[in-house]
Design a protein. Structure first.
Length: 233
């Protein structure tokens, strides 16, 4: 082959390689740019497993507000819509503790908090399909699910490990907060529960204390119960 032809082939090959490299760089740059512009708010549910800090700094009274973080995953079934965020207050010194699939509530226990001197709490997030036939994007209120007596009886075994005795319910109230209805119960011995429904899920907070903890922190525990709220979109 003449020298000039060989030189032309080499130049063509080098030009082709250069074009491929430029295309690769452009493609990579486009991917990086798209990734940077992606908003994580578009995929709130199920991206981050485990615990994500959600406590605020203490206020003037020494209480911290927990708000369920965006991005926190939950074991609530494939195909479910994202879990609406909820909030509550706890005195300074309460800490989030690990949740196990071996818990009484199984995958419906969304989180646990505890304080050695004051007690413990758990939040259950349950699909409303357990109770009524609702669609994927339903928006149900707790009054549509049932009366307080029905709900506390149905959830007691997974919240506390046993059914309620006939005289376990010491008191129950119905309260309104931010246009949602909340059922609240006081149960023997030293147990408080708050519940509501929003969109296609039931939300229940269960608080427990032993006798020593209750004597020391009863007013704090009642404030925690009453602070339970849904962060509405």
């Amino acid at each position: 082959m003449p020298r000039r032809d060989r030189q032309n082939m080499r130049e063509d090959s080098e030009a082709s390689t250069s074009r491929r490299q430029l295309l690769q760089v452009a493609s990579t740059a486009a991917f990086v740019s798209a990734f940077k512009s992606y908003s994580p708010a578009l995929a709130v549910q199920g991206l981050t497993a485990g615990r994500i800090p959600g406590l605020s700094a203490p206020d003037a009274d020494g209480y911290q507000t927990y708000i369920r973080p965006e991005g926190k995953s939950g074991g609530h079934g494939v195909g479910w819509s994202e879990i609406p965020r909820y909030s509550f207050e706890v005195p300074k010194g309460w800490e989030e503790t690990p949740v196990s699939i071996a818990d009484l509530g199984g995958t419906e226990i969304d989180l646990r908090f505890s304080n050695r001197d004051q007690g413990s709490l758990a939040v259950v997030v349950a699909p409303l399909l357990r109770f009524i036939d609702v669609g994927f994007n339903a928006d149900v209120r707790i009054e549509e699910v049932g009366p307080p007596e029905k709900l506390i009886s149905g959830f007691a075994p997974e919240l506390f490990g046993s059914p309620l005795a006939e005289d376990d319910v010491m008191g129950q109230t119905i309260a309104k907060k931010n246009n949602l209805t909340y059922y609240r119960w006081e149960l023997k011995p030293h147990r408080l529960v708050a519940a509501t429904a929003y969109k296609n899920r039931m939300f229940l907070m269960a608080i427990q204390a032993n006798g020593r903890q209750w004597r020391k922190a009863e007013s704090d525990l009642r404030r925690v119960q009453e602070s339970f709220d849904i962060v509405q979109a």
